[in-house]
Design a protein. Structure first.
Lengths: 107, 240
């Protein structure tokens, strides 16, 4: 363990913790304004969408809306399964199986 | 040890295990990233101890990947790496803020502990549980613990077994994340405003992923979508 690297790692850890706790620490002091609460209610939907859509539509960094995009096909199927069964584990297993099958079939 | 046992509400409850268990599907997708991070850490010249310590202390995949790549490029500069980490993790501010209504009343130390373990995956699992059954501290702690354990163990696997494992990111396991998140997103689209939030975030995410570097698309898309949601809701309340 080098001292310089230890310093960098601790620095990264401190700022990462500040991003995780900073907003909460602030609201402990000043309270949560009502208009802000209305906004924050939609953060989970926004974050989930932002985490889902680019990996499906841009699996290699460029927009790929073709049948050759395994992630998009499996994503559409997973969305149908999720809508129909409302089951997280089932959606994950069937979606993952689809990706693996498409990848094997393509090989 | 006695002090730990005496903290009320932190005894291992069924909700803790439930939180761990519910996190497993999405965390399956974390394993290939943890293994790859372990491999990359050694490849850029970090020692096994440094590679593992970063996972244990920082516990943030995207930042760890980008910063180890910088180290690989010879950029061993404290302020540059720490500032980059801050930028990559800015989305946590929004996520942490949106948990405030549920954790704001907890004692400071417990709230801080829960904040330390908040990652994209554990945040999504916790929010999903809140929507279905309300907030539970033990549940969130269980989810966080599962995320922390899997990230640390898969980093270890990458460090010690990496050279025997063919490229983990080519397995397709990374699809576990978007698939699980889809199952969490769809029940949220139960009203007009949520659908609009989702559509706006989707369009902004794609455009900013195309034209902006790194992970900026996540925070920009989330701010865009949720801000419009908040504004629309304000309008409806005024009209009513």
């Amino acid at each position: 363990m080098r001292l310089e690297m230890l310093g960098i790692i601790v620095g990264m850890a401190v700022v990462t913790f500040l991003t995780r706790f900073g907003a909460q620490a602030l609201f402990r002091q000043i309270g949560l304004p009502a208009w802000f609460d209305r906004w924050l209610k939609h953060v989970p939907t926004g974050i989930l969408t932002a985490l889902i859509v680019p990996p499906l539509l841009l699996p290699r960094g460029t927009l790929d809306l073709t049948m050759g995009n395994d992630y998009l096909l499996a994503g559409l199927l997973a969305a149908l399964i999720a809508y129909q069964f409302r089951n997280t584990a089932l959606t994950m297993v069937l979606g993952l199986t689809t990706v693996v099958l498409l990848r094997w079939l393509a090989v | 040890m006695n002090a730990v046992k005496q903290i009320p509400g932190l005894r291992v409850s069924p909700e803790f295990w439930r939180g761990m268990y519910d996190s497993l599907p999405v965390l399956l997708g974390v394993i290939p990233f943890g293994i790859t991070y372990g491999v990359v850490g050694l490849a850029v010249g970090l020692t096994p101890g440094e590679t593992l310590l970063m996972s244990l202390l920082v516990f943030a995949g995207a930042a760890q990947f980008i910063c180890t790549s910088m180290i690989g490029l010879g950029i061993v500069d404290f302020s540059l790496i720490v500032f980059t980490t801050l930028l990559i993790n800015l989305r946590h501010l929004l996520m942490g803020a949106s948990l405030t209504p549920f954790v704001g009343g907890l004692p400071l130390r417990r709230q801080a502990l829960l904040a330390f373990g908040m990652a994209d995956e554990t945040y999504a699992v916790t929010m999903d549980h809140i929507q279905k059954s309300g907030y539970n501290e033990s549940y969130q702690l269980g989810s966080n613990s599962a995320g922390y354990a899997i990230w640390s163990l898969s980093t270890l696997a990458g460090i010690f077994l990496g050279r025997y494992i063919p490229d983990p990111l080519a397995w397709g396991l990374d699809f576990a994340m978007p698939a699980t998140f889809l199952a969490m997103l769809i029940p949220r689209l139960a009203n007009r405003i949520s659908v609009i939030v989702c559509l706006v975030a989707a369009v902004v995410a794609v455009l900013s992923a195309l034209y902006l570097p790194g992970k900026w698309y996540i925070i920009i898309a989330c701010i865009g979508g949720s801000l419009i949601g908040g504004l629309l809701e304000g309008d409806e309340q005024n009209a009513a």
